[in-house]
Each structure stands twice: as structure tokens, then as C-alpha cells.
Design a protein around this ligand. Sequence first.
Ligand code: GDP
Length: 446
Amino acid sequence: MERNIAAIATPPGKGGVAIIRISGKNPLEIAAKMFTPVGKTKVENFEPYRMYPGQIDGGGFSDYGLCVYFRAPASYTGEDIVEFQCHGGESVARGILKQTFRLGASPAGRGEFTKRAFLNGKLSLAATEGVADMINGESEAEVKAGYLLYSEKLTNKVRDLQSQLKTMLAGIDVSVDYPEEDIEEEHVEELIPQLQKLSGAISALTASYAVGKKIKSGVTVAICGKPNTGKSSLLNRLLGYDKAIVSNIAGTTRDAVEGTLEIDGRKFNLYDTAGVRESGDMIESIGIERAQSIIRAADVAVFVADYSGVSDEEDARVLEMIADKPLIKVFNKIDLTRDETETDADVHTSAITGEGIEKLKALLYEKGFGARGEDAAFLIEERHFEALKRAQDSLQKAIGACRAAQPLDLIGIDVKEAWDALGEITGETATEAILEEIFSKFCVGK
Ligand code: GDP
């Protein structure tokens, strides 16, 4: 049984309630020493999963709140847990937490509750990462994808692949142990389609990372074009507040300004780039350099022009930089001219009246993600993507070895490697360093 650990589970600051959580071998014993329930039921006799009102001892003060007991193994960590709900003041929660320490609990480390949940088999490793994705998620899609991970959707798929590999390994072991030549040759033939099928299943998963990655990090959008065409104004319109500095002096957007926008539940990181032109001003030059690197790295480029400019050398330079990217051509300041005939723009906008902004958002979504409605992007974590790729490589090696009629035990090594790589996702083969890396990103109290 593990020592009792305690932490405040709610974020710092003032709020309606704060939650202090104790998990370990006997948190109820600690609770009995610092909680006086209303009524006759003693803390030791608390029914699990039921809220009891009463007085919580904070050391130098008392609070009136609630206490709930979760009985192992049906709890988040798989251990006994007690939680106190107190008034949501920082000093109140801290005082109660300190009292749990005085009574023998130790301070919980980052993610220690979730780590225990993993070690006790309540969650796979990928599911714990789903918890972090949900907590850190900045868009609805990220929360959804985090929930898919947390609810073991990816893990179940991976476990299914692992069990097929295990069966294959068992078959290989039998053939290696009874090496009559015919059986071995026959066996190798049979392995190829099985390995190909598994490899195909992994490819389908890794393919979903193209969308998953953008769900997690957001689609990077570079808004570019000549100064004064209204890039900052469009950015502000899209974000719905004044983030970028708008001015009518050419070259005032000296730095790339970032803003995050959610379109249909998915995250877009918008960058307003300085005009890409030669400049004698040093600070402006730095801004221009940054802008260029942002433009190069962007997933989608929005090119803004207005009535003032037929394409010139500067426009040409920008267009050349974004030639290989999904591009949206915007003709802005449509409120000043109704002549839409001369432009090949995808959308005509006015940052002043808001005209065309919804269409621009729809185009951003389309260029960023393709058609709507494709969901089930299970793969949002780079770590999972890399592990799947390694499993895939091992399977390809195994297929090559089969074709080259290599001995079965050598093929078995590749198959085992694929199993191990998948085990890093579920957690079975994850090293202490991987666990450390994952749980250090959690907050204390989760
Ligand atoms: P940037 O240099 O491309 O970022 O351009 P700004 O957003 O700073 O805008 C330059 C000037 O054009 C400002 O005075 C804006 O108010 C004005 N402006 C921007 N968009 C529009 C628009 O759609 N219609 C009109 N009439 N003026 C605009």
C-alpha cells in the first residue's frame, strides 16, 4: 500500500469551492482526525461515493464543507481517496491541506494521482495523456480528441494490434521449437499477409495524425500582403477584439502578432506579418525577417490586397514565398470600392463593416482541414505517432525478412520490436524516463 499523498485539486485563486484530495493506504483515518460530520455517522463508517456535510479543521481555523470517500479500487487512483470540498479561498484550501500534512499525508508531486492511476492499471499511459490533453485543451476539438484518448479508444486499437502480434509470436516460437523445414517455409508464407494487414491498420492510424497534429497545435495562418491593405484590421475582425496595432502609416506592424481563433471547435493561430519589403530601419528589418520565417512555416497563407495595388514587385515576392501553400486571396476594403471584377480574390472583405468575414473563416477551415465532418482523429500526440511509426518500420522489416526467406527466429525479433513499440503507447514498455516526461507536464493535484 502506498503512502497517503495530498494536494489541492482546484486551481489557485478565489472560487466558489476548492477541493483537497488525499489518496493512499488510509486517507479515511486522516479524515477522521480533521472532519466532524453533521449527524451521527462516524467518518470511519462513511459510505463510499456519498457527500457528508460537516466541519473541516484547517489547523488555526475551521470551515464548513463536504467530505466524500472513494473506496479502492473504484477510485481515480485505484486507491482509497478522500476529498474535502471547502470554500474556495486560497488560504482556506492551503490551511486544510497543511492539516492533512500534519496528520501524516505527504505533498503530492505533479501528476502523482494520475501516475498512481496508471501504475494501478486504472488508465493506460495514452489515457493519462488524454487527461492532460483535456485539461490543457484550448479548443473543443482538442478536448474531444483528449477524451477519445482518455476513454481508451486508441489504447484498445493498439491492444488489439498487440494481441495479434502476440499470437503471431506464439506461432513463430512453436515453429522455431519444432523446426521441420516444411512447416517453417509454410509458416513464413502465411505470415506475409498477416503482417501486411497489421501494417495497413497502423498506417490508417498514423494517417490521422495529419489532422490530429493540427487539432492539438492549431493551424498556423500567416496573414500577408503589402502594408496598409488591412491585415491587422482583418486579424482584429477575425479575433473579435483589438489585438494588433492598426495604423495607416505603412510598416507599423513591426512584429508578428499572434492571436488564436476557434472556428467550428478547431484552433487557428493567426499571425499578422509585416510587409515583406526592403527596409533601412533595423527594428523593422528584424520584424520582416520574423515575418518571413512565419510565412514559410505556415500551414495556410492569407494574402491580402486592396484596391490600391495591382500586383507589384513586393506582392510578387510574397506570392512566391507562399506558392506551395494552401492560399486564400482576400480583396479587402470592399466597402470603399464595389468593383469586384478586376480581382481573382477568393473572398471580398471589409474589416470595417465585417462583410465577407464569415466566408473567410469558412475558407480558413476548408484550407486547414479539408472537408468538414471528418472526425475520429485519434492520434494527436507526437509520441504516439513516433511509436506507431517505429512499429510500422519493424513490421516492414519483418515482411522483408519473410520475403528473403530469413530464419523464423530473426523474423520473430522484428515482430517483437513492433510489439514493444506499441507497448510504449499503452505503457507496458514505457521507460521511467518516458513516465517522468509525461507526468512532469501535469499540475500538482491531478
Ligand atoms: P496593415 O498594414 O495591412 O496591417 O493595415 P491596417 O490594418 O493597419 O490598416 C491600414 C488602414 O486601412 C487603417 O487606417 C485601417 O483602418 C484601414 N482599413 C483596414 N481595413 C479596412 C477596410 O476593410 N475598409 C476600410 N475602409 N478601411 C480599412
